[in-house]
Design a protein around this ligand. Structure first.
Ligand SMILES: *Cc1c(COP(=O)(O)O)cnc(C)c1O
Length: 425
């Protein structure tokens, strides 16, 4: 949707996304020379003429194909706004996506995308465990529209579950597949390429089922699902993309074709992001790589400390996967870094986990993740409280499990904090 000169290469060499986050898609000459894109805090845009307004609507509503070089003009901030368009152009660079749509939350991105593809009578396959909000939508909202959710356990081979999933599908057409990898909170991986291949075998000939991947935990730096055959990448931009725990936002990315129904439905649900929040995310994108890299390097040190600590029963961190682990090969093929989310288990169940959480001094006890500050929480009673006890046990969400999102503090200080808190076990 870019309206401005898009220099993506220098001397014939394509530039890296981090080099483009300060300028791409923005023309200072259109904003009084401001080096930064202003906040276009406006609901509507003045047309140069009635004819111009008519032409903008024709393109925006697809009433006629755009003429060569014609871009859809600014109309109304539910349809488009410069802060959102420039943010979408920049966000697209990380996943090398043709099209991006930003949303008022990660849940808005997920639900709008699913509703754009699912129809009453369909089934949707999802990987479990999955983000609590997504789990609720799959199990409590979609059934009211006669859409059935079928689970595929993360951390296992899709082929091993194919016959059971086929049986569960019965006569229902497969409408979409929703993957979250690595799974929250246990870091179980899902082989995206294998899920795409299985989807092609399970979908009906006349009904292509898109594969959607929630890439919140590793993306956009350490995992690029579109390269593994996914159709749509989803983000809670509240997490690493926003990165400062001060904005709720989401995004969906994919080919122009895959995104067309999602962008269209966003216009009519009104689930787009606000200009102010779009501006905040543009500011965040300038330091995305710095933040995610620093947090990941610290997380590797914190994970080594936890791995060797006598009070830590088990550790779930992608950087500590042993080569003999069944998911090690998937990790090597699919991820370019382990990220900064760690889960670890202490003996003594909820009481011991709570003592550790309450003793933390630098790390704050809060849900959410991917911010500059380190946060810890107790999945069984907090983020995953809604998951049945049976599923908690099945997916390794034990009473002693603590999830830690490592921020950009000095790793020695984080380790000192964890060391003193672990004396409480
Ligand atoms: C937080 C989160 C969401 C939901 O995002 P919101 O921005 O809170 O709506 C979805 N998926 C994952 C993996 C998340 O961590």
């Amino acid at each position: 949707m870019a309206k401005h000169p898009q220099h993506r290469s220098i001397g014939g060499r394509p530039m890296h996304p981090e080099s483009l986050m300060m300028s791409y898609g923005y023309n200072p000459a259109l904003s009084e020379g401001a080096v930064k894109c202003p906040i276009f805090q406006t609901s509507t845009f003045v047309f140069e003429s009635a004819e111009a307004g008519k032409a903008f609507f024709e393109v925006a509503y697809g009433l006629r194909p755009a003429n060569p070089g014609e871009v859809s003009g600014l109309i109304y901030s539910r349809l488009n706004n410069p802060d959102l368009e420039i943010l979408e152009d920049r966000l697209s660079l990380w996943d090398d996506a043709e099209s991006c749509a930003v949303f008022s939350s990660g849940m808005a991105a997920t639900t709008t995308s699913l509703m754009a593809y699912l129809r009453p009578g369909d089934a949707v396959i999802y990987t479990a465990p999955i983000y609590g909000g997504s789990d609720h939508f799959l199990h409590h909202v979609l059934p009211t529209w006669n859409v059935q959710a079928i689970a595929m356990p993360a951390g296992e081979r899709p082929e091993a579950h194919e016959a059971a999933i086929r049986a569960a599908l019965g006569d229902r057409p497969l409408g979409a597949v929703l993957i979250e990898t690595p799974a929250n909170p246990t870091n179980g991986l899902v082989d995206i390429a294998a899920m795409v291949a299985m989807t092609r075998r399970l979908e009906r000939a006349d009904r292509r089922a898109p594969v959607l991947v929630d890439n919140t935990f590793l993306g956009p730096l350490w995992q690029r699902p579109l390269e593994h055959g996914a159709d749509v990448v989803l983000y809670s931009a509240t997490k690493f993309i926003g990165g400062h725990s001060d904005v709720i936002a989401g995004a969906a990315l994919g080919s122009a074709e895959a995104m067309a129904p999602i962008r269209g439905l966003r216009t009519f649900l009104g689930s787009m992001l606000s200009p102010m929040d779009g501006w905040l995310l543009m500011r965040s994108l300038e330091t995305l790589k710095l933040r995610m890299t620093a947090a990941m390097l610290s997380a590797q040190q914190v994970a080594r400390f936890l791995r060797d600590h006598p009070k830590v029963q088990s550790l779930h961190y992608l950087g500590e996967l042993a080569p003999e682990h069944p998911m090690y090969e998937v990790y090597q093929r699919q991820c370019s870094g382990p990220g900064s989310l760690i889960a670890f288990e202490v003996p003594g169940g909820e009481a011991a986990a709570f003592r550790v959480l309450n003793a933390l001094q630098l790390v704050k006890v809060a849900v959410s993740l991917g911010g500059t500050e380190s946060l810890a929480e107790h999945p069984a009673s907090m983020t995953h409280a809604d998951v049945t006890k049976e599923d908690q046990a099945r997916y390794g969400i034990t009473q002693g499990l603590v999830r830690l999102s490592v921020g950009v503090e000095h790793p020695e200080d984080l380790i000192a904090d964890l060391a003193q808190a672990l004396t409480q076990v």
